[in-house]
Design a protein around this ligand. Structure first.
Ligand SMILES: [Zn+2]
Length: 282
């Protein structure tokens, strides 16, 4: 599922996280169901009201530039659509093809192209509205989801497990502070399918299985792909690697849903996401 307005709203003036990402995905997946915007109350389960006031109050001439994150007068509408579509995906077991991404956004601010932490809003919604007690969030974006980790760090009802390249943005995600519900798996640059899948099998899968989640939400970023060209990123995961990661995620719980995080190569993104969809449904 997705929303056509996300191919138009929240322009980013030359940043790779751009409306064109959704335009190419809607072209490749024309039958994607249309998501609904989130209520502000759903977003307030995760984010500070004062921060949301700033985001909602941006006007044509008022834009902000938080660290690495541009926003303008249509960003709030886009953020609500992205979060709401992620909620829809969590409820229906779908894959939310949305932007802006969310996993860097902590409660108080925007960060790293992320405005609202979509996966966190969906997790809190499923707990509050659907009585789901235990949720595992598995994040295979090449960057550490520092925002998601911060939101759930002291919450034993949500497990956060992340595979990411060590030593790049945002600089967090060491395994040294891991606990039963925070599983960081930093990988050295240069890794490919074998290393990513092996790390998943050794470190992510056993921890998630022990946790026995009722729902698994996947922060599906594709910027570890071999064809991505992102500052300091050096990973070589192929389409097959993402299919295997998605297939493993789908086996981790009775219900599984996913949301797009990173992935910026407009030529290969639709093909890589098709591979992940094949994995999720296998
Ligand atoms: Zn990323």
């Amino acid at each position: 599922m997705s929303h056509p307005a996300l191919a138009r709203l929240h322009p980013t003036f030359g940043h790779p996280e751009a409306p064109e990402r959704i335009a190419v995905l809607l072209g490749a997946f024309p039958d994607a169901r249309e998501g609904r915007p989130a209520d502000r109350a759903a977003v307030e389960r995760v984010h500070a009201p004062e921060y949301l006031d700033v985001l909602a109050g941006l006007t044509k001439t008022g834009w902000f530039d938080y660290p690495n994150t541009i926003a303008s007068e249509t960003s709030w509408e886009a953020a609500l659509l992205a979060a709401g579509t992620t909620i829809d995906a969590a409820e229906s077991g779908g894959f939310a093809l949305v932007r802006p991404p969310g996993h860097h956004a902590p409660p108080q601010t925007a960060m790293g192209f992320c405005l609202v932490n979509n996966v966190a809003v969906a997790a809190r919604h499923m707990q509050a509205e659907h009585g789901i007690a235990r949720i595992a969030i598995v994040d295979f974006d090449v960057h550490h989801g520092n925002g998601t980790e911060a939101i759930f760090r002291n919450d034993d009802s949500v497990l956060y497990a992340s595979l990411h390249q060590w030593g790049i943005y945002p600089g967090t995600g060491s395994a040294e502070e891991n606990d039963a519900t925070t599983i960081n798996v930093p990988l050295d640059g240069g890794a490919g399918d074998e290393e990513w899948v092996d790390a998943f099998d050794r470190l992510v899968e056993p921890a998630v299985r022990r946790f026995e989640p009722e729902l698994v939400l996947v922060s599906a970023g594709f910027d570890a792909h071999e064809d991505e060209d992102i500052y300091l990123v050096d990973m070589h995961v192929t389409d097959t690697g993402f299919l295997e990661l998605a297939r493993r995620c789908a086996g981790l719980g009775p219900r599984v849903a996913a949301v797009l995080e990173g992935g910026y190569n407009l030529e290969t993104l639709p093909r890589v996401i098709q591979a992940a969809l094949d994995g999720f449904s296998s």
